[in-house]
Design a binder for this molecule. Structure first.
Ligand code: MLC
Ligand code: AMP
Length: 505
């Protein structure tokens, strides 16, 4: 097949009856499949009118909406490279992404236009979510719809998703049409989507979980998607009886369990709850089953690779595991030199498959570090494969904190802390947190007159997205170091393990 444009593949799954609702925002604007296709083609033409050409990047930092979905699909349809950005990123963070990705256009929220235009420098800025000059919806409405889809090869870029880097700088993971198409088809099959499935979508759509895993499987199925601007436990509980499938990060499930009125009555129509992006505690898995009778299906993946492993639909869903490798994915456990280890032994998780990205944007030199010579990608996760072939993740080789499903690299926060007058050194660790799984925590030494905890937090807020800002800042005399002078973060994690989880005396 010469044309592997992923949008063409998605369209094959759209329902014969295009009047079927595609995206339904409760109390807001909804789109049928016919309207979605119409919007997609108008947005594609609007972007072309603005001079965007195939292969150009389109960076987007906007609120979740049906228009945002149309804009995303318009990019795929026309061969533009979609670059989603977390709505929490500050202008300082955006300046870095735009400088690195060199996009032809930056689409932001109307209220951010002025601040972001400065950050964007020479990159043209448009807005989504208003009806005035310079607004994409207005331009899109003036366009003629056009159903043509730009032919693409499987290796052509569809998206670039930034992931936090170990050095404190994010890298753009390049994802191809084939990467997206293969993972969408595999998950759609594996999770047994049925014609009448309805997806309850409460995830953000600037990361792969909400944008790719959830949207692609549902669109490929021609399903109706109940599209919520954000996760709100009470609203979700109210809408579950209209849905059959939900995907979420573990925080969604702990927050649902915190609601006293949540139980089997609200889950009668539900056939599948899926969890991913962060470890789901076995106790949450068990509590959810005890409360609702539903066994959450946990899966594992990452931005660079899409989904890699999933608990099965029909066979046992084992708490504390992420299931076997997906049918078209190879997962191996290796030692530090990349030699495969026998089943049951713990080591580095390495992966290969049609869903694995070709590399980081404009960083060809990284390939030798991130991939083995035989093409396996080193995930940075540590685990073993149990006797039934299920992958168990036990930790991370990479210095990464996952808070409520968002990745935070300590180095990035430490660089900001170290630049604050009065702070000597800093070490940022993730501590067990009931709501977010891990809570970002700064342990600092002082030099001169140290700023108060509140002052440090306020200073961090100016530069960092809110979810990265330390929830607590602790001062110590000295950071614990090993003989090599390296900060012993494991000791800090042990010492402060109960900071957020008060243990009964
Ligand atoms: C919000 N806050 C967070 C946070 N989310 N802090 C730490 N970690 C988070 N994840 C901050 C807010 O800025 C606010 O700060 C305060 O916490 C309270 O906010 P809230 O109202 O409680 O937050 P809420 O809007 O409810 O968001 C929590 C959440 C959300 C868990 C619902 O973070 C979320 O939707 N997470 C999903 C992330 C996700 O999609 N990950 C997938 C990545 S892809 P203040 O101080 O300003 O009040 C990936 C690959 C894969 O990992 O395998 O899927
Ligand atoms: P991201 O870079 O945001 O795509 O995050 C990817 C990382 O999230 C993976 O490398 C894992 O460390 C983690 N992750 C994703 N799913 C799971 C899961 N089910 N259990 C544990 N960790 C997970």
């Amino acid at each position: 097949m010469s044309d592997q444009n992923f949008y063409a593949i998605l369209c094959q799954g759209f329902p014969a009856d295009r009047c079927k609702p595609a995206l339904v925002v409760p109390g807001g604007r909804s789109l049928t499949y016919e309207q979605l296709e119409d919007q997609v083609s108008r947005y594609a033409n609007a972007l072309m009118k603005l001079g965007v050409k195939a292969g150009d990047r389109v960076a987007v930092q906007v609120e979740k909406s049906p228009e945002n979905v149309a804009l995303y699909l318009a990019c795929i349809k026309s061969g533009f490279v979609y670059l989603p950005l977390n709505t929490a990123y500050t202008p300082a963070e955006i300046e870095y992404f735009l400088g690195d990705a060199d996009p032809a256009l930056f689409v932001c929220r109307p209220a951010d236009r002025e601040a972001m235009a400065k950050a964007a420098k020479s990159v043209p800025v448009e807005t989504l979510g208003e009806t005035g000059d310079g607004s994409l919806p207005v331009l899109a409405a003036k366009q003629k719809p056009d159903s043509s889809i730009l032919p693409r090869g499987g290796g052509d870029l569809a998206a670039i998703c930034y992931t936090s880097g170990t050095t404190g700088r994010s890298k753009g993971a390049m994802l191809t049409h084939k990467n997206l198409a293969s993972n969408a088809a595999t998950l759609h099959r594996l999770w047994g989507f049925k014609p009448d499935d309805v997806l309850l979508h409460a995830l953000p759509i600037f990361h792969v979980h909400g944008l790719f895993v959830a949207l692609h499987t549902a669109l490929l199925n021609g399903s109706t998607i109940i599209f919520l601007p954000r996760f709100d436990a009470k609203q979700v509980i109210g809408l579950l009886p209209q849905a059959t499938v939900m995907m979420g990060v573990p925080t969604f499930y702990t927050r649902l369990l915190d609601q006293a009125d949540f139980g089997p009555a609200q889950c009668k129509t539900m056939r599948l709850f899926i969890s991913g992006s962060a470890p789901l505690l076995a106790e949450t898995h068990k509590a959810f089953e005890a409360r609702t009778g539903q066994r959450i299906l946990e899966r594992y993946g990452m931005t660079e690779t899409g989904m890699l492993a999933s608990n099965p639909l029909e066979r046992a869903r084992k708490a504390g595991t992420v299931g076997p490798a997906l049918p078209d994915v190879q997962i191996r456990i290796a030692d530090e030199a990349g030699n495969p280890l026998p089943r049951g032994e713990t080591g580095a998780v390495e992966v290969k498959g049609p869903n694995v990205f070709p590399g980081y944007w404009r960083r060809p030199e990284r390939r030798a570090e991130d991939f083995r010579p035989d093409g396996f990608f080193i995930t940075g996760d540590v685990g073993y494969i149990d006797e039934e072939g299920y992958l168990v993740l036990v930790g991370r080789a990479k210095d990464l904190i996952i808070s409520g499903g968002y990745n935070v690299y300590p180095k990035e926060i430490e660089l900001v802390l170290d630049a604050i007058p009065g702070i000597g050194e800093s070490a940022v660790v993730g501590l067990p947190h009931r709501d977010f799984g891990e809570g970002v925590t700064a342990v600092c030494t002082s030099s001169g007159k140290p700023p108060s905890e509140a002052e440090v937090i306020a200073l961090c807020r100016k530069e960092l997205a809110a979810f990265k800002v330390p929830k607590r800042v602790l001062y110590v005399e000295a950071l614990p170091r090993n003989a090599m002078g390296k900060v012993q973060k494991a000791l800090l994690r042990q010492q402060y393990r109960d900071l957020y989880n008060t243990v009964p005396a």
